[in-house]
Write a protein that binds this ligand. Structure first.
Ligand code: BV8
Ligand code: ZN
Length: 253
């Protein structure tokens, strides 16, 4: 367990507005593979940065739709882990908490958050790749194992349905992005949890917060580009470190 300094506890007790930015690492202990770790089976031979693009979907819709259907299944079978629960506890404790996630799973919502800023969309949403009409993905086949699956067709224009996520080269949703940067400008403390900090513009959020005077805290078992900037770098798994941090904050130990 990394050292949790008293100065960090005091900073969290004094902060009026905390921003939490999460990445795939916060869902790792729920059994949901992180974005860049080796994926299973079929997907192991693909670079996720290449697969999560409009070009990949145009080139092979079944391969890409199958990847998302597989990931949707993994998320549906997963449960929020102690990291998600601890972030929920933090939201009860601090006067104001803005939760921003790069993740496309719904584990923060299933841990009890009713307002999560999703910068990269959601696995649970699907829409027509042409006329953008919404599509109920729940009706689709639940994959037994990873593999290509022909995407359903739009009920209005018969074009292939796509996942409701933001692919590389696509703009992030303007409202969510503006909300996230506004919170980063105003908060006193930003907690970056489980992200490799490689994907922009999301990765700029902790930098904008720090430049505006916020204390920067990160939780990650591995080094990240934030290491030199963070006031506290808790080198450990979120599902272990966050519950301990909350226990300390609640004076339980
Ligand atoms: C855009 C949805 C412009 C899909 C995702 C050069 C410089 C700067 C930018 C760029 C550049 N070249 C290209 C770009 C732009 C590009 C980008 O940033 N590329 C990177 C790779 C260099 N960005 C974009 O394309 C964005 N759009 O710029 O548009 C534009 C503007 C106007 C009009 C048109 C266009 C779009 C980016 C969004 C891409 N979509 N996801 C899907 O999920 O399939 S991003 C993808 O990466 C995931 O969403 C993921 O959330 C995100 C970030 O990854 P992480 O969450 O950090 O996950 P990762 O696996 O990398 O790391 C996991 C971490 O967890 C690790 O650090 C690990 O140590 C840690 N960990 C593991 N276990 C634990 C743990 N931590 C704690 N506890 C544990 N137990
Ligand atoms: Zn359509």
């Amino acid at each position: 367990m990394p050292l949790i300094e008293t100065s960090l506890i005091r900073a969290l007790q004094e902060a009026r507005h905390v921003v939490v930015l999460t990445g795939a690492g916060v869902s790792a202990e729920s059994g949901v593979p992180t974005f860049r770790e080796a994926q299973t089976g079929l997907w192991a031979r693909y670079d996720p940065d290449r697969l999560a693009t409009p070009a990949a979907f145009a080139d092979d819709p079944a391969l890409v739709w199958g990847w998302y259907a597989w990931r949707r299944k993994l998320v549906r079978q997963a449960m929020p882990n102690p990291a998600h629960v601890a972030i929920r506890r933090l939201a009860e404790l601090v006067p104001r908490l803005t939760l921003i996630t790069q993740n496309v799973d719904d584990l923060h919502e299933r841990a009890g958050h009713d307002s999560v800023i999703h910068l990269h969309g959601s696995l649970m949403d699907s829409r027509c790749s042409v006329c953008e009409a919404g599509h109920e993905a729940s009706a689709e086949v639940l994959l037994a194992e990873p593999g290509p699956v022909e995407p359903p067709r739009c009920r209005l224009c018969a074009a292939p349905v796509r996942p409701g996520v933001v692919w590389f080269g696509e703009a992030l949703p303007a409202q969510e992005l503006a909300q996230a940067f506004a919170a980063a400008q105003r908060c006193e403390l930003v907690l970056s949890v489980g992200t490799s900090g490689q994907v922009y513009p999301a990765a700029a959020i902790p930098l904008v917060a720090a430049r505006a005077g916020a204390r920067l805290v990160q939780i990650n078992p591995a080094p990240t580009p934030l290491d030199d900037l963070a006031e506290h770098s808790l080198r450990g798994a979120a599902g272990i470190v966050l519950p301990e941090l909350l226990d300390r904050l609640e004076g339980l130990n």
